[in-house]
Ligand binder design. Structure first.
Ligand SMILES: [Zn+2]
Length: 1012
């Protein structure tokens, strides 16, 4: 799943203590959520939650307290948990789930038959589960255990009951049958249905349940819900329990033999499921049905069904080496059908790429993708039936941009829930997400995760993100550009997350809520760890490891340790030390302690030391090259050093003449590199000019920009640094190259979030002014050359068809960057006249969305109240809206472009606009999420911006807890990093949110964590 790693990170219990402020409502909500994981992670010999005690009627609180203390618990986590069972307040506190407490299931569902009878306002779901004994004794109820132990003084364990998850608020149970007969000896408590072990015996059982659900009222968009006129599902992570009763955890892999969907034929002509369609037909009263079968066992989070009035485009792909002809079909609402072609091509490219690179072939006869408007995440990899947020799949030059401009792309992070300031083509980004979901078919679906702790790294997101990054690099034909973009996305939100209260290892040891678990660390740093395997083992070694991983684990639910073992065994290397990356949070620092050339021995010495949250050293691959200080020539090409000690010296012999090392080439490890150069800026300027590594050349210039911006922010003299910058900028501007993207990136200032990550106390307003000052100095100095470049690019592009190739995207990127430089000079009336005319001319003449959007943003950002400037701005805003003609994606952009810059009053007015809706996640993020990226007005000194965000989050929470929890990130991530006055205003809004009643568990947990 491509899910936002934005505002909410995993919520680790150690940071969420029981609070006296818990109201009873909050307690029950919190319990309802965390209790759902009870049986998967029940610690042996202790109770998982008070709710199980209450409903089981086998052990009351008083009875529990009457037990001898020795039976109430042991040490460590057990004692912590047991202590929660001794007072009323503690007993209802949210419970931490520990990885080490994983328990296999006592019973497993091996086969499933489902039937959906979809009718307006009422859908009946009938499920037939084949239940077989599992490997584990499961999570035993404390009361059962203690009663057994206490009464009989025998420590043997009773057989566990079968627990099926089912969200009480979503399911209305109509009937249950066991082995074909009506069954009444079950219990329902909270979100669980319990079938006693005594009723099941040791053999195979068949359990039939019939429930009624109401997708039309499901605003959480989890489970079966209605997006516009289309019924669709989202089951990761815990949506399936909102559809039917089931062991809703990833290690229960079952074959869905038969999924029958019946609906009205006129309103829902298309009926889709996972796998292959095996039957279809018509029934009475204009209704029809389809039956789908998925031969591959899968966890419930990969289940999907869709029913709606959709149109489609289709094609086929023949796999190699099997020669299976796969029918490919992409569905959307009729008005969007013409925008699916780009995704279809991307899908075929993905299928071929996975065969070429990893020998992985598609395994079903059908691959369907559905685009829907109301989706919480970007896309979901359901087996054979991907579901996409339409913003991530519909492509058209008129609506899709290249997301060049840093402000815009930074904003896209908030709006689209992308990784960060992804500054390359949005069209390529769509390709990347299509690839991501397709690649999950092997890394996630065929080999899945044993439990949600494993989701983070190998299984499945980190590995799949790494794969989609490589795919995009190949498709763009520029791994350097892709690497720069990926590192920007890592260093923005991930580094910030890892240095704040939300920091956690890529495989956390504990959590509370899975829905809050899709973090930047999970995605971006997880992918970096996979990349380090590749760097250490080499391309062939990595492929050997992947082959062994699939050979060993196809069709299973496994762990990160299994992935590491496959990599180590296939290459016959010891990766024990490397495993520390899995359990170490925070960003490690690598310091260059010594960089010395000894002319007598012709030896160059490089001493590096490392510091991290691990007591023992990490295994860090450091890619290094050496450049001759006189000639600038490379005397040692890229070599990977294995930094495995806390402090380690590397020797390079037979070096003729002093050299300057280019360290951490290609950003070979997710660390902060600290130099020890005598004259750092001079060395940076040298690397900016001579380094053969594209990434490090870019990096050197970024560091110079960063120095200048911070000097300006502190009111210091910037002249020396600016001279180095001018030198590098001029060289880039004059470069005669086809790689326009690399050229543009060399002249692009660091993103705001990257800079913020380097500040102890946040100052977004000051940062914006300092950044503008540096940009304006460059623009004034090179005004003529920049204008010439802009004019030249404009004429080069004239008359050419819009194309989505690396060169065309690069041209647009560079031209828009030139426009940004020209427009940032707006201090006098004359300058504003020139700038606004230039931006307006581009706006009017633009064909693609990228040019149009960037021109509009420049107009919106322009200062000055001259009539002409205002009229150009307002006219462009109106034209943009009119041109959209109601297109949802363009209207989203219209909201977001304004919300990130305009005043709060104007944002409030937009929230009253007829096109605004709190129920659509994309629209909500376009206005509310974008406003929290508004440097000036969101951070107004009177706190009015924070107050607005808080109020909107409270409203959204009533509709969609996943969304409210994420939108609250605008307050949570930041307050502790602000000066006291601003920080306390933000915190006050969080405290208000904590008091709303009722509050969703998602928001409650996020806010509680954020207040720490
Ligand atoms: Zn994914």
């Amino acid at each position: 799943m491509r899910f936002p790693p934005s505002a909410t990170a995993s919520l680790l219990l150690s940071l969420l203590s029981p609070s006296a402020a818990f109201s009873s409502t909050r307690r029950s909500l919190a319990l309802a959520r965390h209790a759902t994981f009870r049986h998967q992670f029940a610690p042996s010999s202790v109770c998982a939650s008070q709710s199980s005690i209450a409903f089981s009627n086998q052990c009351t609180k008083r009875e529990l307290l009457a037990l001898p203390l020795s039976l109430r618990g042991g040490t460590s986590s057990s004692s912590a948990l047991m202590s929660t069972a001794t007072t009323e307040e503690a007993m209802v506190a949210p419970r931490e789930i520990f990885r080490k407490d994983y328990k296999p299931l006592p019973y497993k569902v091996s086969n499933v038959e489902l039937s959906f009878d979809i009718r307006d306002g009422k859908t009946v779901v009938e499920s037939l589960l084949t239940v077989v004994p599992g490997e584990g004794d499961g999570g035993k109820f404390l009361c059962q255990l203690f009663f057994t132990a206490y009464m009989s003084n025998v420590h043997s364990l009773v057989k566990s009951d079968l627990i099926l998850d089912g969200e009480a608020a979503a399911l209305n149970l109509l009937s249950i049958q066991l082995n074909g007969k009506d069954f009444t000896d079950y219990k329902i408590a909270g979100d669980e249905l319990v079938i006693p072990a005594s009723a099941l015996g040791d053999g195979i059982s068949k359990i039939t349940t019939k429930v009624e659900i109401e997708p039309e009222k499901n605003t959480q968009l989890s489970g079966l819900y209605k997006s516009g006129a289309t019924y669709c599902t989202q089951c990761e992570a815990m949506g399936f329990r909102r559809i039917t009763f089931y062991p809703d955890r990833p290690d229960n892999m079952a074959v869905f033999d038969r999924v029958r969907i019946e609906a009205d034929k006129a309103s829902c002509p298309v009926l889709l499921g996972n796998g292959n369609k095996i039957e279809e037909g018509e029934t009475e009263d204009g209704r029809h049905y389809a039956v789908w079968q998925d031969p591959f066992p899968k966890p419930s989070y990969l289940f999907c069904t869709v029913a709606g009035n959709l149109e489609s485009i289709s094609s086929s792909y023949t796999t190699r080496p099997s020669g299976r002809k796969v029918h490919l079909e992409l569905f959307s609402e009729r008005e969007n059908i013409s925008k699916l072609g780009h995704a279809m091509e991307a899908l075929k490219k993905s299928m071929k790429w996975d065969e070429d690179e990893f020998g992985l072939e598609y395994d079903l006869d059908i691959y369907n993708i559905v685009a829907a408007n109301d989706v919480n995440m970007a896309a979901m990899e359901n087996k054979g039936l991907n579901l996409f947020n339409s913003a991530w799949i519909l492509a058209d030059p008129k609506i899709s941009n290249d997301a060049d401009y840093e402000q815009v792309s930074e904003l896209l992070y908030a709006i689209r829930n992308v990784k960060d300031e992804i500054s390359h083509s949005w069209l390529i980004q769509i390709e990347s997400v299509i690839g991501h979901e397709y690649f999950h078919n092997w890394t996630g679906n065929r080999v899945t995760c044993r439990d949600w702790f494993q989701v983070c790294l190998t299984l499945k997101e980190g590995l799949t993100v790494y794969r989609d990054q490589e795919f995009s690099g190949d498709m763009m034909n520029s791994h350097a550009v892709k690497r720069i973009e990926d590192v920007k996305s890592l260093r923005g939100p991930q580094f910030a997350e890892d240095s704040g209260p939300l920091s956690h290892p890529i495989r956390p040891e504990s959590y509370i809520s899975m829905d809050n678990f899709y973090t930047s660390t999970v995605y971006s740093k997880g992918a970096e760890v996979i990349r380090m395997y590749r760097t250490i083992l080499g391309k062939e070694g990595f492929r050997k490891g992947m082959d062994l991983y699939f050979e060993r684990h196809d069709g299973s639910a496994v762990t990160c340790d299994d992935f590491l073992s496959a990599m180590a065994d296939a290459n016959k290397v010891d990766l024990t030390q490397f495993a520390r990356w899995y359990s170490t949070n925070g960003t490690p620092t690598v310091t260059v302690d010594e960089s010395r050339y000894d002319a007598d021995t012709k030896t160059f010495y490089l001493t590096l030391s490392q510091k991290s949250n691990s007591d023992e050293p990490l295994h860090i691959p450091i890619a290094v090259g050496l450049l001759d200080r006189n000639s600038g020539k490379e005397v040692l090409p890229t070599t990977v050093l294995d930094l495995k000690e806390m402090r380690q010296t590397f020797e390079f012999s037979e070096i003729d003449g002093d050299v300057l090392p280019s360290i951490l080439r290609g950003f070979s490890a997710p660390v902060k590199l600290v130099g020890s150069s005598e004259d750092e800026e001079q060395d940076l300027a040298f690397l900016a000019s001579h380094d053969t590594d594209d990434f490090n050349r870019w990096e050197a210039v970024q560091k110079l920009y960063t120095n200048a911006i911070f000097q300006s922010l502190r009111g210091e003299d910037t002249s020396r640094t600016m001279n180095y910058i001018y030198e590098a900028f001029e060289r880039s501007l004059k470069l005669d190259t086809d790689d326009f993207s690399i050229q543009a990136y060399a002249m692009t200032l660091p993103t705001r979030s990257t800079l913020e990550g380097q500040m102890d106390v946040a100052d977004p307003v000051g940062l914006r002014h300092a950044g503008k000052e540096v940009m304006m100095s460059i623009a004034r100095r090179f005004n003529d050359q920049i204008r010439d470049k802009y004019t030249q690019l404009t004429s080069d592009m004239e008359g050419k068809d819009f194309a989505v190739d690396a060169q065309s995207i690069g041209q647009r990127r560079l031209r828009n960057l030139m426009l940004n430089y020209l427009c940032c000079v707006d201090e006098t009336e004359e300058e504003r006249e020139i700038a606004s005319k230039l931006a307006y001319d581009q706006f009017e003449a633009s064909y693609g969305m990228n040019d149009k959007q960037n021109a509009l943003l420049n107009l919106i950002m322009m200062t000055g109240e001259e009539e002409k400037v205002i009229s150009r701005r307002e006219s462009a805003i109106q034209i943009f809206y009119d041109d959209a003609k109601g297109d949802q994606l363009v209207i989203n952009k219209w909201f977001q472009l304004q919300a990130q810059e305009v005043t709060l009053d104007r944002v409030k007015a937009l929230s009253e606009h007829e096109d605004f809706s709190l129920e659509n996640p994309n629209r909500c993020r376009s206005l509310i999420g974008a406003f929290s990226a508004n440097n000036i007005h969101y951070h107004a000194e009177d706190g009015s911006g924070y107050q607005f965000l808080g109020e909107m989050v409270a409203k959204v929470d009533k509709l969609n807890p996943q969304l409210s929890s994420r939108l609250a990130g605008g307050l949570i991530k930041k307050w502790s990093r602000f000066p006291e006055k601003q920080g306390s205003l933000m915190k006050a809004e969080l405290e208000k949110l904590a008091r709303i009643d009722p509050i969703s568990p998602d928001l409650f947990e996020t806010v509680s964590r954020g207040l720490k």
